[in-house]
Design a protein around this ligand. Structure first.
Ligand code: SF4
Ligand code: SF4
Length: 185
C-alpha cells in the first residue's frame, strides 16, 4: 500500500516536472533571445554611427549642402512600420511626426539611429564616383545585406515579429554583424 502511494507521488512529481520543464526552457530561451536582440541593437547603432561619420567626413557629403533634399515621410515611416526598426528606435518612436517624419527643415534628419536602411543605401547622382564615395556606398549595401534572409528567407525589415526569430538565427545574425563591424573599423 505504502509502496503504491509512493508510486503515485512519484508519478505526480514526474508529470509536474515534465509540464514545468518546457515552460522553464521557454522562459530561459526567451531571456537569452532578448539578450541577443539587445546586443544586435547595440552593434546596429554602432554601425549606423560609423556610416554617418563616414558620410560626414567624406568629401562627397552632398546631403549637407543639398537644396533639394529627397527625404520624405513615406521613406521615414519604414522606421516605424518595421518591427526591427521600432526595436532599434525604442522610446524615440514617440517623437515621430506624421507629417514630416524625421525630417526637420533646419537640422535635416533628426535620427541618429534607427533610420530606414534605404536611407543609407540611397545615393543620388550628385554623389561622385571617387573612392571615398564608393567605400561609403559599398559599406551601406553590405550593411543591408547582413540582414537579408534572416529567417524564412525574409529580410529583417519584412519580419512582423522579431521575437519569433529563433535564437540560433539571431546568434548567426549577431556573428555576421560583429564581423561586419570589424570590417568597418
Ligand atoms: S541624396 Fe542627393 S537629393 Fe537626397 S539629400 Fe542627399 S544630395 Fe540631396
Ligand atoms: S534620412 Fe532621416 S529624414 Fe531622411 S528619409 Fe531617412 S529617416 Fe527620413
Amino acid at each position: 500500500m505504502a509502496r503504491s502511494f509512493a508510486n503515485i507521488e512519484f508519478y505526480k512529481f514526474f508529470v509536474t516536472c515534465s509540464l514545468i520543464t518546457p515552460f522553464i526552457q521557454k522562459v530561459i530561451s526567451h531571456l537569452a533571445m532578448n539578450n541577443t536582440l539587445i546586443e544586435i541593437r547595440k552593434i546596429h547603432i554602432e554601425i549606423e554611427h560609423y556610416l554617418q561619420n563616414l558620410a560626414t567626413k567624406s568629401s562627397t557629403n552632398q546631403c549637407a549642402a543639398c537644396t533639394n533634399v529627397c527625404c520624405k515621410e513615406e521613406i521615414c515611416n519604414e522606421s516605424i512600420n518595421s518591427d526591427f526598426l521600432r526595436f532599434i528606435l525604442g522610446d524615440k518612436t514617440k517623437e515621430y511626426n506624421k507629417k514630416n517624419g524625421w525630417f526637420d527643415q533646419s537640422s535635416g534628419c533628426t535620427l541618429n539611429f534607427g533610420r530606414p536602411i534605404v536611407c543609407y543605401e540611397f545615393f543620388c547622382s550628385k554623389f561622385d564616383e571617387d573612392s571615398q564615395s564608393k567605400n561609403l556606398q559599398v559599406k551601406s549595401k553590405e550593411f543591408s545585406q547582413v540582414y537579408a534572409k534572416v529567417f524564412r528567407n525574409q529580410h529583417i525589415l519584412e519580419i512582423d515579429n522579431i521575437n519569433s526569430i529563433p535564437e540560433k538565427k539571431l546568434q548567426k545574425l549577431l556573428e555576421k554583424l560583429k564581423l561586419f563591424k570589424t570590417l568597418c573599423n
